[in-house]
Write a protein that binds this ligand. Structure first.
Ligand SMILES: Cc1cc2nc3c(=O)[nH]c(=O)nc-3n(C[C@H](O)[C@H](O)[C@H](O)COP(=O)(O)OP(=O)(O)OC[C@H]3O[C@@H](n4cnc5c(N)ncnc54)[C@H](O)[C@@H]3O)c2cc1C
Length: 296
């Protein structure tokens, strides 16, 4: 059997390497995918396959499907684009902190995953931060609006600053969507255009989290406390569900519309969760693999 995994595809004795870009999927009369077209060092090649695992992430997976007009009978490809509310609060401490030592998110609290008496749905986890100097410099320039001498003066505090941040749920909604722009890439495929913003729920969650984190830092003795608004992670756009009218893939990641197409990446999340996404993506990949192997 030929099985094609993207971006690392193996089948027919050939291997699609990570530096290859897939830009086409061929189908037979029944609509099953029969081959993957990719460009390697300027040459288009074709990989015949019996099944495809599309794992290009929550931006590139829907972009490819939308460009090729595939697997979108539900109209849900590109919809429900989500991120995490990822606001950070920073403060300066008298003793040395040295955030570059140790594991960045070494302290995680789930006390606010479903906070009591909240005026919003969902919740957030809080985690300690450890940020390398360059990343931190970017954050300071953006978050505090510092530049030049004022920026470098502040950056000399590196060993005395500490940050706390969140992963807050964003809710799936119609307004947050990935569509195709009019601009095209080197393959002539249309680029992604993403509309994303906070609704009332995310705004309230963010306000609650900011109040909580500022209070924690003040109680810990921090001075010069400031807030960095952020969004992290790309989630959603090919949601998983039980019904092909409202979802792109079934609970094991198989396309409702194209039986030999499987999607295995952050695009299949129907909701954003409050956790970092990688472990869930891996768990879902294992579930898909078990279902695929069981079916063949
Ligand atoms: C700086 C940073 C820090 C993060 N920290 C954490 C963390 O601590 N914990 C956590 O859980 N998550 C973290 N994340 C998020 C996590 O990395 C992502 O959620 C996760 O990698 C998404 O997995 P994925 O399989 O959906 O997509 P990806 O990991 O993005 O994989 C998609 C792959 O497909 C390839 N691809 C795309 N299009 C094509 C194409 N047309 N042809 C061929 N190949 C293609 C891409 O090159 C890429 O290799 C972090 C992300 C970033 C950027």
């Amino acid at each position: 059997m030929d099985v094609t995994y993207l971006p690392h595809a193996v089948g027919n004795g050939a291997e699609i390497r990570a530096d290859c870009r897939v830009h086409g999927l061929e189908r037979d009369r029944e609509g099953r995918i029969t081959g993957v077209v990719y460009r390697h060092r300027g040459t288009d090649r074709r990989q015949r396959c019996a099944a495809v695992f599309l794992c290009a992430g929550a931006v590139e997976t829907p972009r490819l499907l939308l460009n090729l007009g595939l697997a979108n009978g539900s109209g849900q490809v590109g919809r429900n684009y989500m991120g995490h509310v990822a606001t950070q609060v920073w403060g300066t401490f008298e003793p040395e902190i040295r955030m570059n030592r140790g594991y960045p998110s070494s302290l995680i609290s789930e006390d606010m995953v479903r906070p009591k008496e909240a005026d919003f749905a969902g919740g957030y986890l809080m985690q300690s931060l450890g940020v390398e100097p360059l990343t931190w410099g970017n954050s300071v320039a953006r978050g505090r609006g510092l530049w030049g001498r004022a920026l470098t003066d502040y950056l000399t505090r590196y060993n005395h600053v500490a940050g706390i941040g969140i992963n807050g749920e964003t809710l799936p909604c119609d307004a947050n969507v990935l569509a195709l722009s009019d601009e095209t890439d080197a393959f002539g495929l249309r680029k992604a255009r993403i509309d994303f913003g906070y609704s009332t729920n995310e705004t309230r969650l963010d306000a609650h989290a900011t109040r909580t984190m500022v209070a924690i830092w003040e109680a810990a003795g921090a001075s010069d406390v400031w807030v960095l608004p952020r969004v992290a992670h790309t989630i959603g756009t090919c949601r998983m569900g039980r019904d092909g009218d409202s979802a792109v893939v079934d609970p094991v990641g198989r396309s409702f519309e194209i039986p030999n197409l499987w999607i295995s990446d952050g695009s299949t999340f129907p909701s954003s969760l409050a956790a970092n996404p990688a472990l869930t993506i891996m768990a879902l990949a294992l579930r898909s693999a078990e279902a695929f192997l069981g079916a063949h």
